[in-house]
Design a protein around this ligand. Structure first.
Ligand SMILES: O=C(O)C(=O)C[C@]1(C(=O)O)C=C[C@@H](O)C=C1
Length: 95
């Protein structure tokens, strides 16, 4: 499955008839987002382990500022989202 197969970004009005189709797209998007979030957490935890084993800090503020800036266009929810991603990377996954 890919993004194209799920895109309902076609011409014409959104009607109650294609709500089912749109919900399928949401279901697919959620599963992709979850997959990517889990991978991000994994990569972030790996970096953190290696950095700390080498005597580095637990938190790298300038990198965290870059992540927060990336989601700024989404407003306060973007900040919450970025913070949640950073927290997952700090090892809360599965706790
Ligand atoms: O870039 C790093 O050094 C990371 O550890 C990754 C990451 C992140 O999840 O983006 C996680 C913790 C750090 O404080 C900064 C960034």
């Amino acid at each position: 499955m890919n993004a194209q197969a799920h895109s309902t970004d076609s011409p014409g009005p959104t009607t109650t008839e294609n709500i089912d189709e749109l919900r399928k797209e949401i279901d697919w998007l959620d599963s992709e987002i979850l997959r990517l979030v889990k991978r991000r957490a994994e990569v972030s935890q790996t970096i953190g382990r290696v950095r700390m084993a080498a005597g580095g800090p637990r938190i790298v503020y300038n990198r965290e500022m870059d992540v927060l800036a990336r989601y700024r266009e989404l407003g306060p929810e973007g900040r919450q989202l970025a913070m949640a991603l950073l927290n997952l990377g700090r090892g809360r996954l599965g706790r």
